[in-house]
Design a protein. Structure first.
Length: 71
């Protein structure tokens, strides 16, 4: 399976948000920690709704968290 062209800065944003844990982020957005792990590993692209929720946790726009990488 080829990796998704959707990339993200979730791990970086967590670090800058007082080193928020994956579990804390998961709780804020209503998913499991494993979902956050998969998103950070680029092996899972979140739904649009989840992408917006994650961006809101960090107080930024969706495009500051997720971006499409041309191949």
């Amino acid at each position: 399976m080829s990796p998704s062209p959707i990339r993200n800065r979730v791990r970086e944003l967590r670090f800058h948000a007082a080193e928020m844990t994956q579990a804390q982020l998961a709780q804020h957005v209503g998913v499991t920690r494993q979902t956050i792990v998969a998103i950070e590993k680029q092996s899972y692209s979140p739904s649009l709704e989840l992408a917006f929720k994650i961006a809101r946790v960090f107080g930024v726009g969706v495009e500051e968290v997720f971006f499409y990488e041309e191949r």
